[in-house]
Design a protein around this ligand. Structure first.
Ligand SMILES: [Zn+2]
Ligand SMILES: [Zn+2]
Length: 392
Protein backbone atom coordinates (compact mmCIF):
# COMPACT_ATOMS: atom_id res chain seq x y z
CA UNK A 1 0.00 0.00 0.00
CA UNK A 2 1.28 3.53 -0.67
CA UNK A 3 2.78 5.24 2.39
CA UNK A 4 5.17 8.15 2.91
CA UNK A 5 8.60 6.91 1.72
CA UNK A 6 10.50 8.51 4.56
CA UNK A 7 8.27 6.73 7.08
CA UNK A 8 8.66 3.43 5.19
CA UNK A 9 12.42 4.01 5.62
CA UNK A 10 12.18 3.63 9.39
CA UNK A 11 9.59 0.84 9.47
CA UNK A 12 11.95 -1.38 11.46
CA UNK A 13 12.11 1.23 14.21
CA UNK A 14 8.30 1.41 14.35
CA UNK A 15 8.10 -2.38 14.70
CA UNK A 16 10.80 -2.37 17.40
CA UNK A 17 8.98 0.37 19.36
CA UNK A 18 5.68 -1.51 19.07
CA UNK A 19 7.20 -4.81 20.22
CA UNK A 20 8.89 -3.09 23.16
CA UNK A 21 5.53 -1.63 24.26
CA UNK A 22 3.83 -5.00 23.72
CA UNK A 23 6.40 -6.73 25.93
CA UNK A 24 5.88 -4.18 28.73
CA UNK A 25 2.11 -3.58 28.92
CA UNK A 26 0.74 -1.41 31.73
CA UNK A 27 -2.82 -1.03 33.01
CA UNK A 28 -4.87 2.17 33.12
CA UNK A 29 -3.15 5.05 34.95
CA UNK A 30 -0.11 2.81 35.57
CA UNK A 31 1.55 3.58 32.23
CA UNK A 32 4.74 4.90 33.86
CA UNK A 33 7.30 3.07 31.72
CA UNK A 34 5.23 3.64 28.59
CA UNK A 35 4.89 7.38 29.27
CA UNK A 36 8.62 7.68 30.03
CA UNK A 37 9.46 5.85 26.79
CA UNK A 38 7.14 8.09 24.77
CA UNK A 39 8.51 11.28 26.35
CA UNK A 40 12.12 10.17 25.74
CA UNK A 41 11.39 9.45 22.08
CA UNK A 42 9.70 12.83 21.57
CA UNK A 43 12.72 14.61 23.10
CA UNK A 44 15.05 12.57 20.85
CA UNK A 45 13.00 13.68 17.83
CA UNK A 46 13.62 17.32 18.81
CA UNK A 47 10.13 18.25 20.01
CA UNK A 48 9.67 21.86 21.09
CA UNK A 49 7.80 20.90 24.25
CA UNK A 50 7.25 17.59 26.06
CA UNK A 51 5.11 17.53 29.21
CA UNK A 52 4.54 14.42 31.30
CA UNK A 53 1.93 13.78 33.96
CA UNK A 54 -1.08 15.29 32.17
CA UNK A 55 -4.23 13.61 33.49
CA UNK A 56 -2.17 11.16 35.56
CA UNK A 57 0.20 9.35 33.22
CA UNK A 58 -0.57 11.22 29.97
CA UNK A 59 2.14 12.79 27.82
CA UNK A 60 1.78 15.82 25.55
CA UNK A 61 4.34 16.64 22.86
CA UNK A 62 4.26 19.86 20.86
CA UNK A 63 5.77 20.84 17.51
CA UNK A 64 5.60 24.53 16.55
CA UNK A 65 6.37 25.83 13.08
CA UNK A 66 5.28 29.35 12.13
CA UNK A 67 1.69 30.56 12.15
CA UNK A 68 -1.24 28.32 11.50
CA UNK A 69 -3.88 26.20 13.16
CA UNK A 70 -3.30 24.15 16.30
CA UNK A 71 -4.47 20.57 15.93
CA UNK A 72 -4.42 17.54 18.23
CA UNK A 73 -3.41 13.98 17.32
CA UNK A 74 -4.16 11.30 19.88
CA UNK A 75 -3.04 7.77 20.77
CA UNK A 76 -3.99 5.69 23.82
CA UNK A 77 -1.30 3.83 25.79
CA UNK A 78 -2.95 1.42 28.26
CA UNK A 79 -3.22 -2.38 28.20
CA UNK A 80 -5.78 -4.85 29.58
CA UNK A 81 -5.88 -7.32 32.48
CA UNK A 82 -5.68 -10.34 30.14
CA UNK A 83 -3.20 -13.24 30.14
CA UNK A 84 -1.62 -13.50 26.68
CA UNK A 85 -1.88 -17.11 25.53
CA UNK A 86 0.64 -17.42 22.69
CA UNK A 87 3.82 -18.29 24.56
CA UNK A 88 5.91 -18.66 21.38
CA UNK A 89 5.29 -15.08 20.23
CA UNK A 90 8.76 -13.46 20.56
CA UNK A 91 7.36 -10.12 21.72
CA UNK A 92 4.78 -11.66 24.08
CA UNK A 93 3.90 -9.77 27.24
CA UNK A 94 6.55 -10.02 29.95
CA UNK A 95 3.95 -9.03 32.58
CA UNK A 96 1.76 -11.86 33.81
CA UNK A 97 -1.96 -11.12 33.45
CA UNK A 98 -1.44 -7.88 31.52
CA UNK A 99 -1.57 -7.63 27.74
CA UNK A 100 -1.90 -5.17 24.88
CA UNK A 101 -5.02 -6.95 23.59
CA UNK A 102 -6.60 -3.80 22.14
CA UNK A 103 -3.62 -2.67 20.06
CA UNK A 104 -2.87 0.51 21.97
CA UNK A 105 0.82 -0.47 21.61
CA UNK A 106 0.30 -0.07 17.85
CA UNK A 107 -1.61 3.21 18.23
CA UNK A 108 1.24 4.67 20.28
CA UNK A 109 3.91 3.42 17.84
CA UNK A 110 2.00 4.83 14.82
CA UNK A 111 1.70 8.27 16.40
CA UNK A 112 5.38 8.17 17.40
CA UNK A 113 6.15 7.43 13.73
CA UNK A 114 4.22 10.52 12.61
CA UNK A 115 5.91 12.53 15.37
CA UNK A 116 9.40 11.53 14.19
CA UNK A 117 8.62 12.34 10.55
CA UNK A 118 6.98 15.70 11.30
CA UNK A 119 9.80 16.72 13.67
CA UNK A 120 12.38 15.90 10.99
CA UNK A 121 10.65 17.42 7.97
CA UNK A 122 8.62 20.26 9.52
CA UNK A 123 6.66 20.73 6.29
CA UNK A 124 3.71 22.36 8.05
CA UNK A 125 2.78 25.72 9.44
CA UNK A 126 1.00 25.74 12.79
CA UNK A 127 1.15 23.88 16.08
CA UNK A 128 0.83 20.11 16.38
CA UNK A 129 -0.18 18.75 19.77
CA UNK A 130 0.46 15.01 20.26
CA UNK A 131 -1.80 13.58 22.95
CA UNK A 132 -0.61 10.26 24.42
CA UNK A 133 -3.44 9.48 26.79
CA UNK A 134 -3.69 7.02 29.66
CA UNK A 135 -6.52 4.74 30.68
CA UNK A 136 -8.80 4.37 27.64
CA UNK A 137 -10.02 1.00 28.91
CA UNK A 138 -12.89 1.93 31.21
CA UNK A 139 -11.09 4.59 33.27
CA UNK A 140 -11.74 7.68 31.10
CA UNK A 141 -8.14 8.87 30.65
CA UNK A 142 -9.30 11.34 28.00
CA UNK A 143 -11.60 13.01 30.53
CA UNK A 144 -8.73 13.04 33.05
CA UNK A 145 -6.56 14.96 30.55
CA UNK A 146 -9.36 17.45 29.86
CA UNK A 147 -9.99 17.97 33.58
CA UNK A 148 -6.25 18.52 34.00
CA UNK A 149 -6.55 21.43 31.57
CA UNK A 150 -4.95 19.95 28.46
CA UNK A 151 -7.07 22.13 26.17
CA UNK A 152 -6.53 25.23 28.32
CA UNK A 153 -2.79 24.87 27.86
CA UNK A 154 -3.02 23.75 24.23
CA UNK A 155 -6.32 25.03 22.80
CA UNK A 156 -6.43 22.83 19.70
CA UNK A 157 -8.99 23.62 17.01
CA UNK A 158 -9.67 19.97 16.27
CA UNK A 159 -8.54 16.54 17.41
CA UNK A 160 -8.08 13.23 15.58
CA UNK A 161 -7.47 9.59 16.44
CA UNK A 162 -7.83 6.07 15.03
CA UNK A 163 -8.45 2.62 16.48
CA UNK A 164 -7.34 -0.55 14.76
CA UNK A 165 -10.12 -2.87 13.64
CA UNK A 166 -9.57 -6.59 13.00
CA UNK A 167 -11.38 -7.74 9.87
CA UNK A 168 -11.18 -4.36 8.14
CA UNK A 169 -8.67 -4.53 5.22
CA UNK A 170 -5.10 -4.00 6.44
CA UNK A 171 -4.12 -0.34 6.41
CA UNK A 172 -7.49 0.95 5.17
CA UNK A 173 -8.88 3.92 7.08
CA UNK A 174 -12.63 4.16 7.66
CA UNK A 175 -14.04 7.44 8.89
CA UNK A 176 -17.49 9.03 8.64
CA UNK A 177 -19.33 12.08 9.94
CA UNK A 178 -21.80 11.72 12.79
CA UNK A 179 -22.06 9.02 15.43
CA UNK A 180 -19.56 6.17 15.01
CA UNK A 181 -19.41 4.57 18.46
CA UNK A 182 -22.06 4.32 21.14
CA UNK A 183 -22.57 5.45 24.70
CA UNK A 184 -21.99 2.54 27.07
CA UNK A 185 -23.90 2.70 30.37
CA UNK A 186 -24.44 -0.05 32.91
CA UNK A 187 -27.27 -0.94 35.22
CA UNK A 188 -28.07 -3.26 38.07
CA UNK A 189 -31.54 -4.24 39.33
CA UNK A 190 -32.08 -5.98 42.65
CA UNK A 191 -35.40 -7.78 43.09
CA UNK A 192 -36.56 -8.36 46.63
CA UNK A 193 -39.27 -10.99 46.90
CA UNK A 194 -40.03 -13.56 49.55
CA UNK A 195 -38.56 -17.02 49.61
CA UNK A 196 -40.67 -20.14 49.96
CA UNK A 197 -40.64 -23.90 49.40
CA UNK A 198 -40.63 -24.54 45.67
CA UNK A 199 -43.65 -26.77 46.12
CA UNK A 200 -45.64 -23.92 47.73
CA UNK A 201 -44.96 -20.89 45.53
CA UNK A 202 -48.21 -19.22 46.65
CA UNK A 203 -46.62 -18.70 50.08
CA UNK A 204 -43.76 -16.62 48.62
CA UNK A 205 -43.25 -13.80 46.12
CA UNK A 206 -41.00 -15.25 43.45
CA UNK A 207 -38.17 -12.94 42.30
CA UNK A 208 -37.16 -15.37 39.53
CA UNK A 209 -40.47 -15.18 37.67
CA UNK A 210 -40.55 -11.40 38.20
CA UNK A 211 -37.01 -11.17 36.84
CA UNK A 212 -37.88 -13.30 33.80
CA UNK A 213 -40.82 -11.01 33.04
CA UNK A 214 -38.56 -8.00 33.44
CA UNK A 215 -35.95 -9.30 30.97
CA UNK A 216 -38.70 -9.76 28.36
CA UNK A 217 -40.29 -6.38 29.02
CA UNK A 218 -36.98 -4.51 28.76
CA UNK A 219 -36.54 -5.88 25.22
CA UNK A 220 -39.93 -4.44 24.30
CA UNK A 221 -38.57 -0.97 25.09
CA UNK A 222 -36.20 -1.48 22.17
CA UNK A 223 -38.72 -3.03 19.77
CA UNK A 224 -41.80 -0.92 20.70
CA UNK A 225 -40.60 2.39 22.16
CA UNK A 226 -37.41 3.17 20.24
CA UNK A 227 -38.06 4.79 16.83
CA UNK A 228 -37.23 2.19 14.16
CA UNK A 229 -34.66 4.46 12.47
CA UNK A 230 -32.77 4.99 15.75
CA UNK A 231 -30.34 2.61 17.43
CA UNK A 232 -30.72 1.31 20.96
CA UNK A 233 -29.34 -1.78 22.67
CA UNK A 234 -30.49 -2.98 26.08
CA UNK A 235 -28.68 -6.17 27.02
CA UNK A 236 -29.34 -8.00 30.28
CA UNK A 237 -26.08 -9.85 30.80
CA UNK A 238 -26.38 -11.03 34.39
CA UNK A 239 -29.17 -12.87 36.21
CA UNK A 240 -28.24 -14.22 39.62
CA UNK A 241 -30.77 -16.02 41.80
CA UNK A 242 -31.16 -19.10 43.91
CA UNK A 243 -28.96 -21.93 45.12
CA UNK A 244 -30.88 -25.16 44.80
CA UNK A 245 -33.79 -26.93 43.08
CA UNK A 246 -36.45 -26.89 45.78
CA UNK A 247 -36.18 -23.39 47.25
CA UNK A 248 -37.60 -20.20 45.78
CA UNK A 249 -35.04 -17.53 46.68
CA UNK A 250 -35.66 -14.24 48.41
CA UNK A 251 -33.83 -12.12 45.89
CA UNK A 252 -32.56 -11.95 42.35
CA UNK A 253 -30.08 -9.55 40.77
CA UNK A 254 -29.97 -8.53 37.13
CA UNK A 255 -27.28 -6.49 35.41
CA UNK A 256 -26.54 -5.27 31.94
CA UNK A 257 -25.68 -2.46 29.58
CA UNK A 258 -27.50 0.19 27.53
CA UNK A 259 -25.98 1.48 24.27
CA UNK A 260 -27.14 4.40 22.10
CA UNK A 261 -25.85 7.19 19.87
CA UNK A 262 -28.42 9.86 20.77
CA UNK A 263 -28.41 11.22 24.33
CA UNK A 264 -32.15 12.04 24.31
CA UNK A 265 -32.88 8.49 23.24
CA UNK A 266 -30.69 7.26 26.07
CA UNK A 267 -32.63 9.37 28.59
CA UNK A 268 -35.94 8.09 27.15
CA UNK A 269 -34.67 4.53 27.54
CA UNK A 270 -33.77 5.11 31.19
CA UNK A 271 -37.20 6.61 31.88
CA UNK A 272 -38.79 3.64 30.11
CA UNK A 273 -36.75 1.20 32.18
CA UNK A 274 -37.97 2.86 35.40
CA UNK A 275 -41.57 2.63 34.18
CA UNK A 276 -41.23 -1.05 33.27
CA UNK A 277 -39.42 -1.89 36.51
CA UNK A 278 -42.12 -0.21 38.61
CA UNK A 279 -44.90 -1.92 36.64
CA UNK A 280 -43.42 -5.41 36.76
CA UNK A 281 -42.60 -5.01 40.46
CA UNK A 282 -46.21 -4.04 41.20
CA UNK A 283 -47.61 -6.87 39.10
CA UNK A 284 -45.46 -9.44 40.94
CA UNK A 285 -45.74 -7.85 44.40
CA UNK A 286 -41.97 -7.57 44.78
CA UNK A 287 -39.73 -4.54 45.19
CA UNK A 288 -37.06 -3.65 42.67
CA UNK A 289 -34.18 -1.22 43.15
CA UNK A 290 -32.62 0.26 40.01
CA UNK A 291 -29.03 1.45 39.89
CA UNK A 292 -27.95 3.15 36.65
CA UNK A 293 -24.42 4.36 35.89
CA UNK A 294 -23.44 6.47 32.92
CA UNK A 295 -20.30 5.32 31.08
CA UNK A 296 -18.55 6.80 28.06
CA UNK A 297 -20.73 9.14 25.96
CA UNK A 298 -21.34 8.44 22.26
CA UNK A 299 -18.44 9.16 19.89
CA UNK A 300 -19.76 11.68 17.37
CA UNK A 301 -17.53 12.99 14.56
CA UNK A 302 -17.99 16.50 13.18
CA UNK A 303 -18.66 16.60 9.44
CA UNK A 304 -15.84 18.85 8.20
CA UNK A 305 -13.15 17.02 10.19
CA UNK A 306 -14.41 13.56 9.19
CA UNK A 307 -14.47 14.59 5.53
CA UNK A 308 -10.95 16.03 5.78
CA UNK A 309 -9.66 12.83 7.40
CA UNK A 310 -11.27 10.66 4.72
CA UNK A 311 -9.79 12.82 1.96
CA UNK A 312 -6.33 12.51 3.52
CA UNK A 313 -6.75 8.74 3.78
CA UNK A 314 -7.64 8.53 0.07
CA UNK A 315 -4.74 10.78 -1.00
CA UNK A 316 -2.15 9.12 1.24
CA UNK A 317 -3.10 5.44 1.24
CA UNK A 318 -5.11 5.16 -2.00
CA UNK A 319 -8.77 5.60 -2.96
CA UNK A 320 -9.47 1.93 -2.27
CA UNK A 321 -8.11 2.34 1.27
CA UNK A 322 -10.51 5.14 2.28
CA UNK A 323 -13.71 3.52 3.49
CA UNK A 324 -17.05 4.43 4.99
CA UNK A 325 -17.08 3.79 8.73
CA UNK A 326 -20.04 1.75 9.83
CA UNK A 327 -21.09 2.72 13.36
CA UNK A 328 -20.58 0.09 16.06
CA UNK A 329 -22.09 -0.16 19.55
CA UNK A 330 -18.70 -0.44 21.26
CA UNK A 331 -17.62 2.65 23.19
CA UNK A 332 -14.48 4.77 23.23
CA UNK A 333 -13.36 7.56 25.52
CA UNK A 334 -12.18 9.70 22.58
CA UNK A 335 -15.84 10.73 22.88
CA UNK A 336 -14.84 13.08 25.73
CA UNK A 337 -12.48 14.96 23.38
CA UNK A 338 -15.27 15.22 20.81
CA UNK A 339 -17.64 16.66 23.41
CA UNK A 340 -15.40 19.73 23.69
CA UNK A 341 -13.62 19.91 20.32
CA UNK A 342 -14.48 19.28 16.68
CA UNK A 343 -12.71 16.23 15.33
CA UNK A 344 -12.92 12.75 13.93
CA UNK A 345 -12.25 9.24 15.20
CA UNK A 346 -11.70 6.55 12.60
CA UNK A 347 -10.81 2.89 12.29
CA UNK A 348 -7.63 1.57 10.67
CA UNK A 349 -7.90 -1.97 9.31
CA UNK A 350 -5.87 -4.56 11.23
CA UNK A 351 -6.47 -7.03 8.39
CA UNK A 352 -7.75 -10.59 8.29
CA UNK A 353 -5.12 -12.03 10.62
CA UNK A 354 -2.66 -14.85 9.96
CA UNK A 355 -3.46 -18.15 8.21
CA UNK A 356 -2.69 -19.94 11.47
CA UNK A 357 -4.87 -17.87 13.79
CA UNK A 358 -7.47 -16.33 11.49
CA UNK A 359 -9.06 -13.01 12.38
CA UNK A 360 -8.61 -12.52 16.12
CA UNK A 361 -10.78 -9.82 17.66
CA UNK A 362 -9.92 -7.08 20.13
CA UNK A 363 -9.66 -8.05 23.82
CA UNK A 364 -8.86 -11.65 22.83
CA UNK A 365 -5.85 -13.32 24.56
CA UNK A 366 -4.48 -14.27 21.11
CA UNK A 367 -4.87 -10.82 19.54
CA UNK A 368 -1.89 -8.92 18.14
CA UNK A 369 -1.55 -5.56 16.41
CA UNK A 370 -0.57 -5.94 12.73
CA UNK A 371 2.95 -4.56 12.25
CA UNK A 372 2.29 -4.17 8.51
CA UNK A 373 -0.08 -1.26 9.14
CA UNK A 374 2.27 0.82 11.32
CA UNK A 375 3.65 2.83 8.40
CA UNK A 376 0.13 3.39 7.00
CA UNK A 377 -1.14 4.76 10.31
CA UNK A 378 1.94 6.96 10.78
CA UNK A 379 1.60 8.24 7.20
CA UNK A 380 -2.09 9.02 7.74
CA UNK A 381 -1.40 11.08 10.88
CA UNK A 382 1.56 12.84 9.23
CA UNK A 383 -0.35 13.82 6.07
CA UNK A 384 -3.34 14.85 8.13
CA UNK A 385 -1.12 17.31 10.04
CA UNK A 386 0.48 18.61 6.82
CA UNK A 387 -2.93 19.02 5.17
CA UNK A 388 -4.65 20.79 8.07
CA UNK A 389 -1.60 22.99 8.77
CA UNK A 390 -0.35 23.73 5.22
CA UNK A 391 3.02 25.44 4.73
CA UNK A 392 2.77 29.16 4.03
ZN1 LIG B 1 -10.20 -2.00 24.23
ZN1 LIG C 1 -8.84 0.11 22.37
Amino acid sequence: MPVINRIAGFRDDLVAWRHDLHMHPELAFEEHRTAKTVAERLREFGFDEVVEGIGGTGVVGVLRQGDGPMIGLRADMDALPIQETLADRPHRSRHDGVMHACGHDGHTAMLLGAARYLAETRRFSGTLVFLFQPAEEGRAGARAMIEDGVFDRWPVESVFGVHNMPGLPAGAVAVSPGPVMAAADRFSITIQGKGAHAAAPHLGRDPVVAGAALVQALQHLVSRNCPPHETLVISVTEFHAGDTFNVLPDTARLGGTVRYFDKDLGEAAIAGMRRVIDGIAAAHDVTMSFDYQYGYPPTVNTAAEAEAALRVAAETLGEDKALVQHPVMFAEDFSFFLQVKPGAYGFIGNGEGSPALGCVGLHNPRYDFNDDILTAGASFFARLAETLCPQR
